[in-house]
Ligand binder design. Structure first.
Ligand code: SF4
Length: 337
């Protein structure tokens, strides 16, 4: 384990059983996460990108032990410097770690309890973990509201009295209330209007820098993670197919799936027409993934070996990992090409 890292995920698998028949026998598994490995440096932002159903949200939830992983390791370096495998510890041992690892949820409309005031929502983690009560908790709520750009005078209002962007700010304040070291943000701007997305993204980037947070930022849109992430991991049907520094991945993609995702990013210049790559077919089911390379039924560059042999995620250039048999031969288009 490297002490520059805060998190090391090794061969993480999260399979959900499929039950069939009157006896509800296990008839198969949905392989939502299938052998995911990556590390996260202290104060780094990793973007986790892919189409819906690719397993990116499940990775985040499994790291936080909202699901019990099927197998693999989730090594987290605690504030004390001690490493702990989150995948193996008991839920009782997990409780104090929840102060250091927090989640920001996708939907600011359903993730906030409509019966609680903003003050109660933000102060709840403080009360549960015995960090602050009463007046002290209220002062902390006011400070957090100011940090996320909300007026503390509104702390006795209810979530429905706020806009979508403001509700996501409340969710952020709640996540930050315990001074976490790792934030997993699960599509935090997907449910927001485009005009509000940039404001919330800028706020998150500012908070990440000011508070020295480490973050996993889950999104389905490369253009969203591009501005906030130091590195990006691209997921497809439960696996990471490419991982590199943001600039490197955007300009020099090595995986055909990344190339297709990049072609869908709107060009900065409105006069340039996007040259979008249309993928054949549908995303395969994680209950029945294709043989060999999981991307081969849709890949424009597939050769016979692709359906027979699975490519492993390997370092092709320093810091640039890809799972494709032909990564060194293909000449793929980067952003805006
Ligand atoms: Fe395409 Fe083959 Fe590379 Fe898979 S291994 S991405 S099918 S070229």
């Amino acid at each position: 384990m490297d002490d520059n890292n805060i998190l090391e995920v090794r061969n993480l698998k999260m399979y959900f059983p499929i039950y069939r028949g009157l006896l509800q026998r296990v008839a198969g598994h949905v392989k939502a996460v299938d052998g995911v490995s990556f590390s996260l440096r202290e104060q780094e932002v990793l973007g986790l990108v892919g189409e819906s159903g690719c397993g990116k949200t499940t990775v985040g939830r499994t790291i936080l032990r909202l699901y019990d992983p099927t197998s693999g390791e989730v090594r987290f370096r605690k504030q004390t410097g001690e490493w702990v495998d989150v995948a193996k510890i008991s839920l009782r041992e997990m409780k104090p770690l929840r102060r250091e690892m927090r989640m920001v949820f996708q939907d600011p409309f359903s993730s906030l309890n409509p019966r609680l005031t903003v003050k109660d929502i933000i102060s709840e983690p403080l009360e549960i973990h015995g960090v602050a009560h009463g007046k002290e908790a209220e002062e902390r709520v006011a400070q957090l509201m100011r940090e996320v750009g909300l007026n503390p005078a509104y702390m006795r209002r209810y979530p429905h009295e706020f806009s979508g962007g403001q509700r996501q700010r409340i969710g952020l304040a709640r996540a930050l209330s315990l001074n976490p070291r790792l934030i997993i943000a699960d599509e935090p701007v997907s449910a927001l209007d485009v005009s509000v997305q940039a404001q919330v993204l800028n706020l998150m980037k500012g908070l990440q820098t000011d508070l020295g947070l480490t973050m996993i930022f889950v999104a389905h849109d490369l253009s969203v993670v591009e501005h906030i992430s130091d590195r990006i991991a691209v997921m497809y049907v439960g696996k990471i197919v490419e991982l590199a520094d943001t600039d490197e991945l955007m300009r020099n993609p090595l995986h055909p799936y990344t190339e297709a995702l990049l072609s869908a990013v709107p060009p900065a210049d409105p006069d340039i027409r996007p040259n979008r790559i249309r993928l054949q077919g549908e995303v395969p089911s994680p209950a029945n993934p294709p043989s060999g390379c999981i991307f081969h039924p849709r890949c424009n560059y597939a050769k016979p070996v692709c359906s027979q042999q699975e490519p492993l995620l390997e370092e092709n250039k320093p810091g640039h990992f890809v799972a494709c048999h032909f990564a060194s031969e293909l000449k793929l288009r980067g952003i805006g090409e």
